[in-house]
Ligand binder design. Structure first.
Ligand SMILES: [Zn+2]
Length: 276
C-alpha cells in the first residue's frame, strides 16, 4: 500500500521550491499563490520533480537505518525530515520521508537542493547514502541547515571508498575533509566511520565489484579464477615493492573502459574551451 493520504503535518510546512511562499494544498495539486506554480499530488504524495515519476513496488524494503536513528523515530519526540528514506519498514507519524521516487511510505517527492519546506521547522534531518548522489552537496547541506530549527541536528552517511553505484547519479566520493567542508556551516560534533562503512565492509564491497567487473568485462573463467585466488598480501606487496604484479593484474588493467570506470582509482579528463 502506498500512503494514499497526505501526511497532515504537510499542511503547515510546504513552501514553493521556486519562491518560498507557503503552498496551498488542494485535492489533487499543491498551488503557489505567489508565482502560480502548481505541483501534482500522486498517491497522496506532493511531487516537486518533473515527470516521469517512478513508483517502487510497495513490498520492497530498504536496508534499516540502524538502531540509534530508528530509536529517535520510535520515540516520536522530534520532528524528523528523512531525505532519501527509500522504502522504510515502519511509518512514523513525526517523520517526513523525502525521496525522488514514490516508495511505500514516501511523503514528499522532490529535489534535496531545493527543499519545499519552511525555514527552521525540523528538529532533525537524516540523509543516509544520499550525498554522493547530489550534484551540489554543499548547497544541499545549506538547505538542510535552512529547514533545521536552531539547535537542530543532522546525521548523514556518505561514500568514500565505494565503487560506482546507481550510475549515472553517483557524483562524489568524499574524504572526511570533503564531508566536513560540505557541512562547514554547522557545528560538527563528529565525523566518524560507522560500522556499515568500516574497512572490512570497504574491502568486501570493493573486491566483490572487482570480480564482477572482470566477469562483465569478458575475462575468461581462468582469468577470473586467477584474480579470485590472489591474496590481499600479494597486491599490497606489489604496491610497496613494485615487483612482479600478482596474477590477474593484466586482466584488470585491460578491462574495457566501462568496466574500469566502476572500479578505477581515478579519472583522466581532457576538455576543450568551446569555440564561441
Ligand atoms: Zn512560488
Amino acid at each position: 500500500m502506498f500512503s494514499q493520504k497526505l501526511n497532515p503535518l504537510l499542511n503547515d510546512i510546504l513552501t514553493c521550491p521556486a519562491c518560498q511562499t507557503a503552498l496551498r494544498i488542494k485535492r489533487n495539486a499543491v498551488l503557489c499563490p505567489n508565482c502560480a506554480a502548481s505541483f501534482a499530488i500522486k498517491e497522496g504524495v506532493p511531487v516537486f520533480l518533473p515527470e516521469p515519476l517512478a513508483l517502487v513496488e510497495p513490498d520492497h524494503i530498504s536496508n534499516p537505518i540502524g538502531p540509534d536513528f530508528e530509536a529517535v523515530l520510535k520515540e516520536g519526540k522530534d520532528f524528523v525530515l528523512h531525505i532519501g528514506a527509500g522504502a522504510t519498514a515502519t511509518r512514523y507519524p513525526n517523520c517526513i520521508e523525502f525521496e525522488h521516487k514514490i516508495f511505500r511510505h514516501t511523503n514528499v517527492v522532490g529535489d534535496a537542493h531545493h527543499l519545499p519546506f519552511r525555514d527552521k521547522i525540523f528538529d532533525r534531518v537524516f540523509a543516509f547514502n544520499v550525498f554522493e548522489h547530489l550534484i551540489d552537496p554543499k548547497n544541499a547541506a545549506q538547505e538542510i541547515r535552512r529547514v533545521l530549527k536552531p539547535g537542530g541536528a543532522v546525521a548523514i552517511h556518505t561514500a568514500f571508498l565505494q565503487t560506482l553505484h546507481e550510475a549515472p547519479h553517483h557524483y562524489y566520493n568524499a574524504t572526511e575533509y570533503g564531508v566536513r567542508e560540505w557541512f562547514s556551516g554547522f557545528e560538527i560534533e563528529d565525523c566518524r566511520v560507522s560500522a556499515n562503512f568500516a574497512p572490512g565492509v570497504m574491502l568486501a564491497f570493493l573486491m566483490s565489484n572487482v570480480l564482477e567487473a572482470a566477469r562483465l568485462g569478458g575475462a575468461s573463467w581462468k582469468e577470473q579464477a586467477l584474480i579470485s585466488d590472489s591474496t590481499v598480501g600479494e597486491w599490497a606487496e606489489f604496491w610497496t615493492q613494485r615487483g612482479e604484479p600478482p596474477p590477474g593484474f593484466g586482466t584488470l588493467q585491460n578491462l574495457p573502459q566501462p568496466m574500469q570506470k566502476r572500479i578505477a582509482a581515478g579519472f583522466e579528463l581532457l576538455a576543450t574551451k568551446s569555440g564561441i
